[in-house]
Design a protein around this ligand. Structure first.
Ligand code: MG
Length: 331
């Protein structure tokens, strides 16, 4: 079985091709929109994705050395994400489905991140941290679904760090030589400033931390603010994670999503792993950020259990949660 997967939920237009046997991933092509200044505007994402989608699709087929006719199913990330961006991928998927008479497979973007994590880290039964620009979720598989133990109550950890560095003119670009701008700035910081630390049960809140940190700009050394906001945010995440580990007794901790590439977070997680006798499994960089391969792969798993959607019902779902998705391919 060959599945073509389309990702367009946020800044990345990606097309991947997955097979139901090793090596599983045959292609993973993408183009990521980087704003010259400010944040991501939905209209700019739409324009970018529409412009690059044809080229990325062609590149993925070339890389896999197959023709579109060899594909069995078209998988598409219908959500969660930014409406205008989602619509580009959904429109492309519907067009391919109709033109080439291939069934459509609906994929939740978060499930894509999680499943590519299982594939690439070989985790068996992990507690999962799904950390990206838009998501901060602690989850594990239980009785047919990924159940959420903890999550952010407002903005995501990744988004909080991005907005902070942007507001203080350290970004864009957000990632320089593989390091996030907040990590580069933090390297020269050492003083831990007083900032709000908010963990409620297993849930976290980052928006107050962001506001308070921005208020310190001009009053404290910027490097100390970077260092403090990062340390406090990571400590909040680690506290919620430790509670979930204590509750579930899991022996593996899998980290997926774009923030998984953070070197400073990785160090902290490795220490936590030693303390709790838990194996830390981090998705490799190629599959950490948004990509089409994870949509193709999760789509392949779903198609193997007969999960399809009619083209005329394939609406985008901007607020589709991972715990709303039945997972018939796991038990
Ligand atoms: Mg993502």
């Amino acid at each position: 079985m060959l599945v073509l997967g389309i990702e367009s939920t946020a800044h990345t237009l990606g097309v991947g091709i997955a097979k139901d046997q090793p090596p599983y991933i045959l292609a993973n092509e993408r183009d990521t929109f980087v704003p010259k200044e400010g944040g991501m505007k939905p209209g700019d994402l739409l324009k970018h994705h529409a412009e690059v989608s044809g080229t990325i699709l062609r590149r993925a087929l070339e890389k896999a050395n197959i023709s579109i006719n060899d594909i069995n199913y078209i998988a598409v990330a219908l959500g969660p994400g930014i409406g205008p961006a989602l619509r580009v991928g959904a429109t492309l998927a519907r067009a391919l489905s109709l033109k080439y008479n291939k069934k459509l497979v609906p994929v939740n973007h978060g499930i894509g991140h999680i499943e590519i994590g299982y594939l690439t880290t070989e985790a068996k039964d992990p507690l999962i941290l799904y950390l990206s620009g838009g998501n901060t979720i602690i989850t594990t598989f239980y009785k047919g679904r990924f159940r959420i133990f903890g999550e952010t109550l407002d903005i995501a950890l990744g988004n909080m760090m991005d907005v902070f560095v942007r507001e203080v003119n350290l970004a864009p670009p957000y990632i320089i030589n593989g390091k996030h701008a907040i990590d580069i700035c933090s390297e020269k910081g050492s003083k831990l400033l007083k900032l709000p630390y908010v963990v409620k049960g297993q849930d976290m809140s980052f928006s107050g931390l962001l506001t308070a940190a921005l208020r310190l700009v001009g009053k404290e050394k910027l490097e100390d603010i970077c260092y403090s906001i990062r340390e406090i945010a990571f400590d909040m995440l680690l506290e919620a994670t430790e509670r979930a580990l204590a509750l579930t007794s899991k022996k593996e901790l899998m980290i997926v999503g774009g923030v998984a590439a953070s070197v400073s977070l990785r160090k902290k997680l490795e220490e936590l792993g030693k303390e709790w006798d838990v194996q830390i499994k981090i998705v490799p960089p190629e599959f950490a950020g948004d990509n089409g391969a994870m949509i193709a792969y999760a789509g392949m798993l779903a198609a193997s259990k007969g999960v399809f959607i009619d083209v005329d019902k394939s609406y985008i779902r901007p607020r589709w949660r991972v715990d709303e998705v039945d997972i018939p391919w796991r038990n």
